[in-house]
Ligand binder design. Structure first.
Ligand code: AMP
Length: 434
């Protein structure tokens, strides 16, 4: 039986580690993170990196967008650079298996970004392009290989890739691999790996096949879960206003006239948007502050302290900046802009239902955000109750009609699903067929 240490993260959870230097990463990696502008680790990074640096196996239940790529690539680079054994011809030291060529290219790019101050060799292998450069890259062997299963098996079959000296194996997006029919290829690849190795498995969901695979693959894994539990959504009272984007600022001010909006977290999609909203509120004498990636650590800390002690009533944040926020008694979350991925919506609204409390989440939806709304509602499997937009006094106010576009989910499901980005299509498929 596998013994597991389970660390379950609720959305928005942060540990005491607030910056990357406390994660014991080497100096060249810290310098690269500084250059790329990452200030604080995301929850999966905080939880996974220390264990991975120690060589532990890991079961990560996380989607793209959580920062999982850095969560595995940083410790891999750290470990490989501390033990500089050059790879032998055709051999690989760390293999990342991922389902699509786009993801493979992105992951390689992440390794190159984070590893820019280190010397290591890397290659990417995927189908649909010539094998030649990939074979060429493998002749000397590589430290890091990112690959999709089909082409990798081909090149292994031709003996251009040998995995018997592998030190670290990452199986990324395992549930998607299953959906895409790669499971047999993966099993064939796994059968060639050495017994002694570090293994990481990432999956957004845990269908029985993946749970079984994890059981076989991982030794005493640390489990890190950053998917919010559905119960968080259930505890939040959600409201929707259809509102033209030029009137969002006025609607926000009108809503904030209510006294019970004591500690309010407002989300915008962009840093510029966050600044603008905070400025508008200040002009209306509503105490507010913005936090996002362009703010200095000091400014962020001051804003957060003010938010916690009540001198700042409204904190305006972007999704990434909000990751580090750990405030237990946020009374309201307002989605000034709807996020374009449903997971972010679930994360955002979870901020107001912390520590078993009830919370309120209000979303503003402009006509251009209707598709985002549909994606969100499918993911959470409920319709967000639409509320009548309050009368806004300004003469230019042009309310959108309050009627929701008529939706017939079962008829539209397929055509809508095809219009959505691939990531949300996957998610819907999984949830919808469960
Ligand atoms: P991933 O889930 O790995 O696809 O990452 C999602 C996005 O978040 C990527 O664009 C990363 O560059 C970015 N990212 C990852 N970690 C951090 C961090 N600690 N701070 C800011 N951005 C990050």
């Amino acid at each position: 039986m596998v013994r597991r240490i389970v660390i379950t993260l609720k959305p928005g959870h942060t540990s005491n580690m607030l910056n990357f230097s406390s994660l014991a990463l080497s100096q060249p990696l810290l310098a690269a993170l500084e250059e790329v502008g990452y200030k604080t680790p995301t929850p999966i990074q905080t939880q996974a990196i220390p264990h991975l640096l120690q060589g532990r196996d890991l079961l990560g239940i996380a989607q793209t967008g959580t920062g999982k790529t850095a969560a595995f690539s940083l410790p891999i680079l750290d470990r490989l650079s501390k033990n500089k054994t050059p790879p032998s011809p055709r051999k690989v030291r760390a293999l990342i298996l991922t389902p699509t060529r786009e993801l493979a290219a992105q992951i390689l790019q992440s390794f190159e970004t984070y590893g820019k101050n280190l010397s290591f060799s890397s290659a990417v292998i995927f189908g649909g392009v010539s094998e030649r450069p990939q074979i060429q890259a493998m002749l000397k062997g590589v430290d890091v290989l990112v690959a999709t299963p089909g082409r990798l098996l081909d090149l292994m079959g031709q003996n251009y890739v040998q995995l018997d000296k592998l030190e670290i194996f990452v199986l990324d997006e395992a549930d998607r691999m299953l959906d895409m029919g790669f499971i047999h290829d993966i099993k064939k690849i796994i059968a060639t790996l050495p017994h002694e190795r570090q293994t990481l498995l990432f999956s957004a969901t845990m269908p029985a096949t993946i749970a079984g695979l994890a059981q076989k693959l991982l030794k005493h894994p640390v489990k890190v879960e950053v998917t919010p539990p559905a119960s968080t959504v259930e505890r939040v009272s959600q409201k929707l206003y259809n509102i033209d984007k030029s009137n969002k600022s006025r609607l926000l001010r009108s809503i904030l006239e209510q006294d019970n909006f004591e500690r309010v977290l407002v989300f915008t999609r962009t840093k510029h948007g966050a600044n603008k909203v905070a400025q508008d509120l200040e002009l209306a004498s509503i105490s507010s502050a913005a936090i996002h990636g362009n703010k200095s650590q000091g400014a962020r800390e001051r804003a957060l302290d003010g938010f916690k002690n009540g001198s700042v009533r409204v904190l305006v944040a972007t999704d990434i900046a909000a990751r580090g926020i750990d405030v237990a008694d946020i009374t309201h979350v307002i989605n000034y802009d709807l996020p374009n991925d449903p997971e972010s919506y679930v994360h955002r609204i979870g901020r107001t239902a912390r520590a078993g409390r009830e919370g309120v989440a209000i979303s503003f939806c402009d006509v251009e955000e209707r598709q985002f709304l549909k994606d969100i509602e499918r993911t959470i499997r409920e319709q967000i109750p639409l509320h009548p937009t309050p009368q806004l006094t300004a003469p230019t106010s042009q309310m959108l009609k309050r009627t929701r576009p008529q939706e017939n989910f079962s008829e539209q499901k397929k055509s809508d699903a095809n219009k959505r980005p691939a990531s949300s299509r996957r998610f819907f498929k999984r949830r919808g067929t469960r």
